[in-house]
Design a binder for this molecule. Structure first.
Ligand SMILES: O=c1ccn([C@@H]2O[C@H](COP(=O)(O)O)[C@@H](O)[C@H]2O)c(=O)[nH]1
Length: 271
């Protein structure tokens, strides 16, 4: 199924714009999982099972798996989500960016090895570096536009001519040129609601992946006001640490569910 079709169905059927980020960091795992060779997979499965009915997507961040030599557990986790929670799109957050021939390998890695439904990609090497992902027309390609970190302004705010800023150019390029198959989205941080509103103006109803609520302190009401579409969708609002590490004990998954539920409801209160 096309990523956008699956995402729209999840927005509707789950009544949720929440994306739970899967950033497993073993030092923060509960004691009963510490030291197990499959700790990362088991921790993430607990979170996924406890929250899947509350989310429109899951977003595993590849660095947390690769740093622990646990890419095999990432592969198994995505396969598990597809098998046990089949209507939940998985966005692989890997922010890849390289020349076309190498990008083609990254695309195979994301979509064929890991089985992701969508990937985050860095657009700053230009169209040919993004083409290999776009060729998977049913997969989502979510390009960095206005990132949530403070240093994002160093480059993304540069005037690229006529008062247009770099993040605005990215949004315009993606909306008007790169999105021929309708499979593009953009990353815009919740920490910058004015820029979310500006990007929304430029790209119409294109889905935005919005990290930055929860641990990074972005405001849900401002995010919704700035980025929601006319039908009350259009956003995948990501929270990772605030949900994953809501509890420290054996009941960590129930604690995660409680925070996920509160977050989903806080988002829905502004739809
Ligand atoms: O601009 C960006 C792009 C990606 N991220 C990623 O989102 C999560 C945020 O985690 P929290 O714990 O909710 O802060 C993380 O995987 C980042 O790599 C981002 O934060 N900002």
């Amino acid at each position: 199924m096309h990523f956008m079709t699956a995402l729209r169905a999840a927005w509707q059927n789950r009544n949720s714009l929440l994306c739970v980020g899967l950033d497993p960091y073993p030092a923060r795992f509960p004691a009963h999982l510490q030291g197990r060779p499959d700790a990362i997979l088991e921790f993430c499965k607990g979170i996924v099972d406890a929250t899947s009915d509350l989310v429109c997507s899951f977003k595993p961040q590849i660095a947390y798996f690769a740093a622990q030599r646990a890419e095999d557990q990432l592969e198994d986790l995505i396969a598990y989500i597809h098998e046990c929670h089949p209507d939940t799109p998985v966005i692989l957050d890997s922010k890849r960016g390289d020349i076309g021939s190498t990008a083609a390998q990254y695309a195979v890695e994301a979509f064929e090895r890991f089985g992701a439904d969508a990937i985050t990609v860095n657009p700053y090497m230009g169209r040919d570096s993004v083409e290999p992902y776009l060729e998977y027309a049913d997969k989502g390609v979510i390009l960095l536009c206005r990132t949530s970190n403070p240093g994002g302004s160093d480059l993304q705010f540069l005037d690229v001519g006529g008062g247009e800023r770099l993040f605005e150019r990215v949004a315009r390029l993606v909306a008007n040129d790169w999105n021929a198959s309708g499979n593009c989205g953009l990353v815009v941080g919740a920490t910058f609601p004015n820029e979310i509103a500006r990007v929304r103006q430029i790209v119409g109803d294109m889905p935005l992946l919005v990290p930055g609520i929860g641990a990074q302190g972005g405001d849900i009401a401002e995010t919704m006001q700035a980025g929601g579409t006319g039908d009350g969708t259009g956003l995948m609002i990501n929270s990772s640490r605030a949900i994953l590490y809501a509890g420290q004990g054996e009941d960590y998954a129930e604690a995660a569910r409680r925070v996920a539920l509160e977050t989903r409801d806080a988002i829905n209160a502004h739809r």
